[in-house]
Design a binder for this molecule. Sequence first.
Ligand SMILES: Nc1ncnc2c1ncn2[C@@H]1O[C@H](COP(=O)(O)OP(=O)(O)O)[C@@H](O)[C@H]1O
Ligand SMILES: [Mg+2]
Length: 275
Amino acid sequence: MSTTAISNSNLPVHIEVKNLVRAFDGRRVLDNISLKVHKGETMVILGGSGCGKSTLLRHLIGSLKPDAGEIWLLGKEITRMQDQEFAEIRKKFGMLFQGGALLNSMSVGENVALPLEEHTNLSPEIIDIMVKMKTGMVGLTGFEHLMPSQISGGMKKRVALARAIAMDPEIIFFDEPTAGLDPVMTAVVDLLINNLCKKLGITAVVVTHDMASVNRIADHIAMIHKGKLVFEGSVPQIHASTDPLVRQFINGEADGPISFQQSGDDYLKSLFAST
Ligand SMILES: Nc1ncnc2c1ncn2[C@@H]1O[C@H](COP(=O)(O)OP(=O)(O)O)[C@@H](O)[C@H]1O
Ligand SMILES: [Mg+2]
């Protein structure tokens, strides 16, 4: 469980989603979602495969536009923003998406340096210092010269994390940051995410379907089911919930209101949808 749970009402709101609606092919994938994330808080978006988690995240980072509703990041509404204005906001957030996507032709250090080279005019010497700082923060001092093919999956996630914090972001968005890791490595990466975000005061939105991760990192949880927000609250609150949907999810039971029947069409679509 997060050690520094935040009593959130006095802190500024860093992210606010208001009545967000998005349909694909006439089907509502996000159905009137509203939520708030306060400064320094870790919000976990929880839900089964295909419930709309990644779609929500892609709206939050401005890569998808909603059919209706608003998204406020750091006090500004982004869904109707011009590209140039959005580029300014974009510099203030980092992301770590499914797959991690390190560039395999570049070393660990070069991968971490990428956002700094793209978004700043800092000299190579300063970038070098910043890269060393960030790799140090994820426990990879001395690994800067290695290539992604030479390091383990868990280390790659840590490099991706170093890259996500390269620009000293105010917000980080994580889509299933521990996907594909074993339970021990998952715990290591969770701990690192928690430590970094708390130490640096970063607001975090973490998409996951893993209850163990939720227990370790969440200050606040939003659970989505079929595009609708079905629960919002703290870790103790989700464990105390009597909602059958929530109970089935946290207990990992096969029988319950969450149906595992999908149409073949949906299944194919979810296979081909990007993360
Ligand atoms: N670009 C798209 N076009 C059509 N359907 C999509 C697209 N992106 C996502 N979907 C559908 O929206 C639903 C939610 O997907 P997603 O947000 O990726 O789920 P999650 O991340 O919770 O597993 C899925 O049924 C998926 O097939
Ligand atoms: Mg997803």
